[in-house]
Design a binder for this molecule. Structure first.
Ligand code: PEP
Ligand code: MN
Length: 339
């Protein structure tokens, strides 16, 4: 259920509606917009009667939300959400596109500093790097854990970049919250509901990657867990899905970008690195994502991809990353956005 307040409804009227929702054992989520405030209700019984809310002062209407997701829905919040990352003024979801870049894994100090310097010089605003790696094989590099978090934070600080890193369970989330500006939920953990509940209570913004066989609705329901838990700083990420196609690692589903924009107010990034798995295809799919309306990109860049401990085949050389950024600015400009 969604309660739409009148334009100009007073804080006391909004609190009065919220109190009535709480008194009945449900949870109110007031969502201020540019023209009016909406109050989402979670934990409501299916037969809750909208008319009783419509009699309260300041309320225009109470509507049953037609989709299973509520708080992430554009019906609830017509304005695009802007998510703030760290303290360096990075915002995702506005006119300015944001590029996150860096190696798949943090491997050592020299590697992460070289990557940070290269991506920062080329115009990236967020440094990525995994310290906890969910790998297909137990014999593959699993990440430097806390040491990796520390090196990522140090490199970000030195090069003026915000940081994002993947967490895989509650323990890694507890640690990463102290080191990183944004926490990533990987494709393999998109539906790890215990992790979603933990990060719903986090004060850090979340980058939620689409599971490799997740539908749009499944992705949005996972985002709904985060918002329902109280964390409204959520950015989605398309990273390719499993299909019969075998010319790429995954099939980069560009069409989910306008589909998300239609039904949700949350920002969405494209990750053409995991989306293709092949370095030489990354620039074309990066351009496609921006042209389709993505709010930015996540791109893997490694100072020496041939020796990378993970995802070397899809990691760009620093020079390739620099070349990629130019055309992106032109495409952004054609769409009334900036890079
Ligand atoms: C990653 O970002 O390095 C990663 C493991 O991504 P995904 O979860 O999309 O596979
Ligand atoms: Mn990777």
């Amino acid at each position: 259920m969604l309660i739409i307040m009148k334009t100009g409804a007073t804080p006391a009227e909004i609190e009065n509606v919220s109190r009535m929702i709480r008194d009945r054992g449900m949870v109110p989520h007031p969502i201020p917009g540019s023209t009016r405030t909406a109050i989402g209700i979670t934990g409501n019984p299916p037969d809750l009667d909208p008319t009783e809310f419509e009699l309260l002062p300041g309320v225009i209407q109470a509507i049953r939300v037609s989709k299973p997701y509520k708080l992430v829905s554009r019906e609830t919040k017509p304005d695009d959400t802007i998510v703030r990352i760290g303290s360096k003024g990075v915002e995702i979801g506005g006119k300015k596109l944001v590029v996150m870049a860096g190696p798949c894994s943090v491997e050592n100090r020299d590697q992460i500093h070289a990557a940070a310097e290269a991506v920062s010089r080329a115009g990236a605003k967020v440094l990525r790097g995994g310290a906890y790696k969910p790998r297909t094989s137990p014999y593959s590099f699993q990440g430097l854990e806390e040491e990796g978090l520390r090196l990522l934070a140090e490199a970000g600080e030195k090069h003026g970049l915000a940081t994002v890193t993947e967490v895989i369970n509650e323990a890694s989330a507890d640690l990463a919250e102290d080191y990183a500006d944004m926490l990533q939920i990987g494709a393999r953990n998109m539906q790890n509901f215990a992790l979603l509940k933990r990060l719903g209570r986090s004060r850090k913004p979340i980058l939620l990657k689409r599971g490799m066989s997740a539908t749009l609705e499944e992705l949005l329901m996972c985002a709904e867990y985060l918002l329902a838990g109280g964390n409204y700083g959520v950015v989605l990420c398309e990273r390719g899905v499993r299909t019969f196609a075998d010319h790429t690692r995954n099939t980069f589903d560009v069409s989910i970008i306008p589909a998300v924009k239609k039904v949700s107010h949350l920002p969405i990034l494209g990750d053409p690195s995991h989306g293709t798995g092949i370095r030489d295809m990354v620039p074309a799919m990066a351009r496609a994502a921006i042209a389709a309306g993505a709010d930015g990109l996540m791109v893997e860049v490694h100072p020496d991809p041939k020796r990378a401990l993970s995802d070397g085949a899809q990691s760009l050389y620093p020079e390739q990353f620099r070349e990629l950024m130019g055309p992106l600015g032109i495409i952004a400009g054609a769409l009334g956005r900036t890079l």
